[in-house]
Design a protein around this ligand. Structure first.
Ligand SMILES: Cc1c2[nH]c(c1CCC(=O)O)Cc1[nH]c(c(CCC(=O)O)c1C)Cc1[nH]c(c(CCC(=O)O)c1C)Cc1[nH]c(c(C)c1CCC(=O)O)C2
Length: 368
């Protein structure tokens, strides 16, 4: 699919900010914006199991559009409804969602590597995601751009070895330190699938891509540089080469390496991404100086502020908008939370968050 196969884009704020440009106000979206805090999402989930929604393009389209409809004119990007764990599924692993992710048969020792599918055909395994992207981009009718995504190799490796989420990550870190060579083999296998998966998302119509390394901050800096960074960099480099050779658009690439704020300066210069997502543990002004204009930034309101009532939301959003300004201007910044929105948030409080971003990030109108 090419751009001319889709309705023309009416709101390019997000894409301009991703390229580092000055914008009349900050574009805004939130991670997990299609999710359980929305009653209309819970209604769909009463009828359909989680992965069924991911695997049915019509349903995935429907839930992707829910926040876009509800917050029409207030939200500046859609993200395709899916999950990072579809990549381990493509590699042949069984993943349940009950309600937290669970792998009945995780990677226990290097001997289990042979259970992973060799030569994954992403079109066969994940074709439903590409169909959902094409359908959703058409249905969006150019209102806002559509973001595709993947989990990052280290974060996916963690789930594949632990068999689900983990606070201590004993098993996955045990692998890294006990079996570094075999761990890198798995990380490489995941990386190969991520690259194919992202290329096909662009072919299907994704207008930007985000890589979620949600567990990046659980690694010591030197372990991050050994076990996560090389794969993130390879994704960006190889993806760009592949997109060019296939005459596909060079869409903006966003890296959300949650908690890896120690690496911001390095990532900005060397990783090959256009935008770095940041969590709430780093001051925007410090992040700005660390990346030194090399990349745009996305983030970073502490998600729990959305439980703090209108006064707190307004105060915190205003502070965030001021902190992200460069030379008094809103430039190269995509407003977002510092992580996903959680199920208990009142959807009207999220609306108020969007309204506050629009109000406090506005640049003075240019006089010729
Ligand atoms: C780590 C991770 C996962 N999935 C994802 C990540 C990376 C981002 C992050 O760190 O939050 C990414 C993800 N998951 C989902 C999206 C959809 C797009 C979006 O709106 O951002 C995206 C981008 C939907 C989802 N993925 C999931 C839900 C909720 C499940 C439900 O509907 O019952 C949604 C809306 C389930 C999921 N999937 C995963 C977890 C840990 C859980 C939740 C467990 C829980 O909260 O109880 C794995």
């Amino acid at each position: 699919m090419a751009d001319h196969d889709f309705p023309p884009l009416k709101n390019d704020l997000f894409l301009r900010a991703a390229r580092g440009e000055e914008t009349e106000r900050a574009p805004v979206w939130v991670m997990r914006q299609a999710g359980r805090y929305l009653p209309e999402f819970r209604k769909v989930r009463e009828q359909h199991e989680f992965f069924k929604v991911c695997q049915t393009p019509e349903l995935a389209k429907e839930v992707t559009l829910q926040p876009i409809r509800r917050y029409s004119g207030l939200v500046d990007a859609a993200i395709i409804f899916s999950d990072i764990l579809v990549v381990p599924q493509a590699l042949g692993m069984e993943v349940l969602m009950n309600p937290a992710p669970a792998f009945p048969d995780p990677l226990t020792t290097p001997d289990d590597i042979k259970k992973l599918k060799a030569n994954v055909d992403v079109k066969k395994e994940l074709g439903y995601v590409f169909d959902a992207i094409t359908l959703t981009r058409k249905a969006l009718n150019g209102e806002v751009p559509l973001i595709g995504f993947t989990g990052a190799p280290w974060t996916l490796f963690m789930y594949m070895v632990e068999g689900g989420g983990s606070k201590t990550m004993q098993k996955s870190k045990g692998w890294l330190f006990k079996w570094p060579k075999e761990s890198k083999e798995v990380l490489d296998r995941i990386t190969d699938v991520c690259i194919d998966y992202l290329v096909e998302q662009v072919r299907a119509g994704a207008q930007a891509l985000q890589i979620f390394d949600s567990n990046a901050g659980d690694l010591a800096p030197h372990h991050f540089h050994e076990f996560s960074y090389p794969y993130l960099a390879r994704i960006a480099t190889t993806l760009r080469t592949r997109l060019t050779s296939l005459s596909l658009p060079q869409v903006p690439l966003i890296l959300f390496a949650k908690g890896a704020n120690h690496a911001l300066a390095h990532l900005a210069i060397t990783a090959g991404y256009d935008v770095l997502g940041i969590d709430w543990l780093v001051e925007p002004s410090l992040a700005r100086s660390l990346v030194n204009g090399k990349v745009a930034l996305q983030g970073n309101l502490e998600p729990n502020v959305l439980y703090g009532g209108r006064e707190a939301i307004e105060r915190e959003v205003k502070r965030m908008c001021d902190e992200f300004r460069v030379d008094g201007k809103t430039k190269g910044w995509i407003a977002n939370l510092g992580h996903g929105i959680t199920p208990g948030v009142d959807p009207e409080d999220l609306r108020f968050f969007f309204e506050c971003v629009q109000k406090y990030s506005a640049n003075p109108t240019k006089t010729a």
